[in-house]
Ligand binder design. Structure first.
Ligand code: NAD
Length: 286
């Protein structure tokens, strides 16, 4: 039987409607500041998506493009100014940063009340403690939304997360642990990925390797959430996106799967703006 395809786009549209209504009820428009350092074509695409979504739901989005050669101190100074600016509800630093910048140090400068990417030590330590009530990183939130939409309670389930980055894999594993799942985390040094993937009831893949997961990694009854995005330019000159899961190879085996594009991606942007709207709601109800 063919897998149920979980559309992130549809869930995104529901969130969008809710956020537009919440934004309209606020005294001031929620405002997101995006700090980008240097030109990076991939980052440009993501920043544009965020600006478009934010504007569509009635938020203000300011894109601050700093020079490639900007120092760590310069970035931190910019963040401090935004922390102090009452008109700004949330601040994000578009990743990746140029190599010479210590991303953790830069992120740590963000006021936890404006940390809508949930990547400051303050937000991450709440997640580590099993507290899901703070700002959770957008991609992790997107994964949780997909599970909710699919009617999946993670409690007691075996979940395998492929990828252990601080941005995606680790926060997602921690959130699922907080939801009482039995979590296995795999990474590039994992010896038998197929075995670890197959034992999962819920398989979440965030490795950034096109079609890493094939028929030998899955079994029937599984829910597969594909976070990976690899962009390639085809012979026709068009940009095409691929997931970490070979969708066509597994779709007649597993129970449900998210597509790429149209799965986790659209929900990640919506989840970020949920945090932005929430930050402004907090600020107005202090
Ligand atoms: P990353 O490169 O920082 O981390 C990749 C992780 O995958 C590492 O922990 C690595 O050990 C693991 N890995 C790599 N090769 C592996 C292999 N062969 N077997 C098992 N594990 C392996 O990447 P990231 O920032 O965590 O992002 C992961 C992917 O998710 C990327 O494709 C990225 O574009 C995508 N992403 C998507 C969204 C979205 O909205 N859908 C958001 C963020 C990231």
């Amino acid at each position: 039987m063919e897998a149920r395809v979980i559309s992130g786009t549809e869930i995104r549209d529901t969130i969008k409607k809710d956020l537009t209504e919440r934004t309209a009820r606020l005294a001031r428009k929620p405002a997101l500041a995006i700090i980008q350092i240097g030109d990076n074509p991939e980052s440009d695409v993501y920043v544009k998506q965020k600006m478009r979504f934010g504007e569509e739901i009635g938020c203000e989005v300011t894109h601050i493009l700093l020079a490639e050669g900007e120092t760590e101190e310069g970035i931190i100074e910019e963040i401090r100014e935004l922390n102090a600016d009452e008109r700004i509800s949330g601040i994000i630093v578009q990743l990746p940063l140029p190599e010479k910048i210590d991303a953790d140090r830069a992120l740590a400068a963000i006021d936890p009340a404006k940390d809508v990417d949930g990547l400051t030590p303050a937000s991450l330590s709440r997640l580590l403690a099993g507290d899901l009530s703070g700002f959770i990183p957008a991609t992790t939130k997107a994964v949780l939304k997909i599970l909710e939409h699919a009617g999946q309670d993670a409690a007691g389930k075996r979940v395998t997360v492929v990828g252990r980055s601080n941005l995606v894999g680790k926060p997602t594993a921690l959130a699922l642990l907080a939801l009482d799942a039995t979590v296995t985390v795999c990474h590039s040094k994992t010896e038998d990925l197929a075995e670890a993937a197959k034992q999962a009831d819920i398989l979440i893949v965030a490795a950034g390797k096109k079609h890493l997961i094939g028929r030998e990694h899955v079994r029937d009854g599984q829910i597969v959430i594909d976070v990976g995005i690899t962009a390639e330019t085809g012979e026709d000159g068009k940009r095409k996106l691929y997931g970490d899961v070979d969708f066509d190879a597994v779709k007649d085996i597993v129970a449900a799967i998210t597509p790429v594009p149209g799965g986790v991606g659209p929900l990640t942007v919506a989840s970020l703006f949920e945090n932005v709207v929430r930050a402004q709601e907090f600020a107005e109800n202090k």
